[in-house]
Design a protein around this ligand. Sequence first.
Ligand code: HEC
Ligand code: HEC
Ligand code: HEC
Ligand code: HEC
Ligand code: HEC
Length: 229
Amino acid sequence: MPGLFPKWTNALPTVTAAMAMGGAVTAVAGVWYYFTPKYWEAGYMPQQPGSGFNHQIHAGKLGIDCRYCHTKVEQSPEANVPNVATCMGCHTENRLSTEFVKDEKVQFIRDAYATDESIEWRRVHKLPDYVRNFPHHVHIHAGVSCYSCHGQIMGMPEVFQAEPLSMGWCLDCHRDPGKHLVEPDQVTRLREVEQELTARRHHEGTMDVDALVEALRTAPPETCGACHH
Ligand code: HEC
Ligand code: HEC
Ligand code: HEC
Ligand code: HEC
Ligand code: HEC
């Protein structure tokens, strides 16, 4: 019986399906929008407590090795941030003459130590929870410098996120790590590493990359399960 159902109803299932889909997509997008934390982006630089901590002075000018404070970076997945006692090793009342350090700038360290409280440093680099525990130690032993992932920390009065830390960024290196590798015992010498990796981009590097790749035999994973639960 033509005419009972007007022609346009033929399109109805598709339309409702499309509307339902649209609704579902909107709902998913909404949930995604509201429940996915906004992860930090390149350039992210939170305000640190007290007078903050200056890597340009401590790691750059004074030349203190990263591992003096980030003690676990070679042995564990996580790179720790130092506790107040590490700072107090130098910043006790008589240890450094006030000629070098203005007392009021380091008072927040002494106050925290005296009251047995920790300094609540604001996290700068953070991967989403659906990414597995990021393994620092593996990268360090494979000859990937802090410089490749954190930028020139020795020149930063305040740490900011220098790299995107996106999946594409991880995979770019995993597919072709050679051009980023240095001798594993050089990874914390960020100035030398920056010089070498910059020169390498102009084919003027001094390290034998092929020999390095051969010796290190790194095999960075590209399978989803390596980085996701
Ligand atoms: C004297 C101690 C000390 C030394 C030496 C030191 N750091 Fe730090 N580092 C800190 C403290 C304290 C923080 C937390 C405050 C901040 O983020 O500025 C920190 C934070 C960081 C962060 C940011 C962590 C985050 O929240 O995501 C990175 C990356 C970092 N350091 C890398 C390095 C590298 C690379 C070196 C060596 C070139 C180095 N540090 C040397 C004490 C130190
Ligand atoms: C190995 C010794 C040493 C350690 C460990 C150390 N410092 Fe220092 N710090 C110094 C020296 C030396 C200066 C003065 C350098 C200068 O002014 O050139 C200084 C300066 C400072 C200043 C003043 C910087 C400014 O802006 O003028 C602050 C704040 C500070 N340190 C915080 C910290 C904190 C926080 C820690 C622990 C995470 C720490 N320091 C660990 C040696 C150290
Ligand atoms: C291959 C890249 C890569 C290398 C190499 C690397 N890091 Fe990281 N680092 C990261 C990522 C990614 C994070 C965030 C990890 C997370 O959220 O689980 C991070 C986080 C950190 C943090 C913050 C830890 C915290 O709990 O607050 C510190 C400190 C740090 N790195 C220091 C270093 C130092 C020092 C070196 C060199 C000795 C280094 N990193 C080498 C990628 C790297
Ligand atoms: C600049 C180079 C570089 C970047 C950037 C990098 N990686 Fe890697 N990664 C490597 C190399 C090289 C290895 C191989 C180590 C080996 O085979 O010994 C590796 C290995 C790994 C492994 C395997 C660990 C194991 O136990 O074998 C994981 C997981 C990993 N990376 C995660 C990440 C994630 C997540 C990111 C991004 C946030 C990232 N990597 C960024 C170079 C990099
Ligand atoms: C070397 C580590 C690594 C591997 C391998 C990897 N991922 Fe990821 N993935 C990440 C990181 C890191 C993020 C977080 C990116 C961000 O915060 O922007 C991510 C994010 C994602 C997201 C969230 C959406 C997005 O793009 O930001 C999806 C979905 C995803 N990965 C799927 C996969 C699948 C499927 C595979 C296998 C084909 C895979 N990943 C392999 C590191 C990896």
